[in-house]
Design a protein. Structure first.
Length: 279
């Protein structure tokens, strides 16, 4: 599933590519992708004739503001992709469920093999009613800086494993399995340390690692794993997977201490870390 860096890369691409464009037509090939709307006609009528004014992000949700107080909201789910096609003649990828055509030419295509993602139109005022989790999102590390003192006061009250804490969307928005492992490696902390055991120095390291790791991931345009389900707006894979220190690197040498990276089971998924230098 795309995490915060991947969604931010797409947001920035959309900001450059579609802001100011007017929607000419909308074609829906799979109703599940617009399941909050009764019909494809209803969904299309909300968009045709509207102009995209800006592109924002709430956690992993993309929010394209339209005329007035309306917004086109996109969640990529497990396998969703947004692709910019310069022309309607550009070959249509398999599993393309929604196509938005612009009056100036070109299209925005929503591709989603597993159909867990979605698109819907709502007002900004009703967005949190439509997606209740957004009302309880934690701090966004790419948009709002938090001092390490404030960060420390927040986590010291919790007695929870660090990986659980990082993946709690009510604590920090947008971090999943990949970046929790990479952040904890950067901070030199084990995934199963509890948050109330951290020293001031460890709290500072963790706070810095969250920001720096996510910024680096955006710089390298996100992580594309072997299935390459995540690609950017132009269909290109990210490059941050080439800079992963521990994630999916079981048995390979830790870049810091040269001990093999190990894998543990965590909440029905794998977590990767260095048992020698993460304490």
């Amino acid at each position: 599933m795309p995490e915060l860096p991947e969604v931010e890369v797409i947001r920035r691409d959309l900001e450059r590519e579609v802001v100011g464009r007017k929607i000419k037509a909308v074609d829906v090939n799979r109703l599940r992708s617009i399941r909050r709307h009764k019909t494809s006609k209803e969904f299309a009528s909300e968009l045709v004739g509207a102009k995209i004014r800006s592109v924002g992000r709430r956690g992993k949700y993309l929010v394209m503001r339209l005329d007035g107080d309306r917004a086109l909201v996109v969640h990529l789910g497990m396998s969703g992709q947004l692709l910019r096609a310069k022309s309607a003649k550009t070959p249509m990828p398999k599993h393309t469920h929604v196509v938005i055509s612009f009056t100036e030419g070109g299209q925005l295509r929503f591709v989603d093999p597993r159909t867990f993602g979605e698109m819907f139109v709502t007002t900004l005022e009703e967005l949190e009613e439509q997606v209740t989790e957004l009302a309880h999102l934690g701090v966004d590390p790419l948009e709002h800086a938090m001092s390490w003192e404030t960060f420390g006061r927040t986590i010291i009250k919790r007695k929870v494993k660090l990986k659980t804490l990082l993946m709690d969307q009510k604590f920090v928005a947008g971090i999943g399995n990949i970046y929790s492992d990479e952040i904890l490696f950067a901070a030199g902390l084990r995934w199963d340390r509890t948050s109330d055991t951290l020293s001031d120095q460890e709290i500072r390291r963790l706070s810095r690692a969250i920001i720096e790791t996510l910024q680096e991931a955006v710089k390298y345009r996100g992580s594309s794993l072997a299935d390459e389900q995540y690609v950017d707006l132009f269909g290109e894979p990210g490059g941050f997977q080439l800079h992963h220190n521990v994630y999916d690197r079981e048995g390979k040498l830790c870049p810091r201490c040269r001990h093999p990276v190990v894998r543990a089971r965590y909440s029905n998924r794998s977590t990767f870390f260095c048992a020698a230098c993460q304490v």
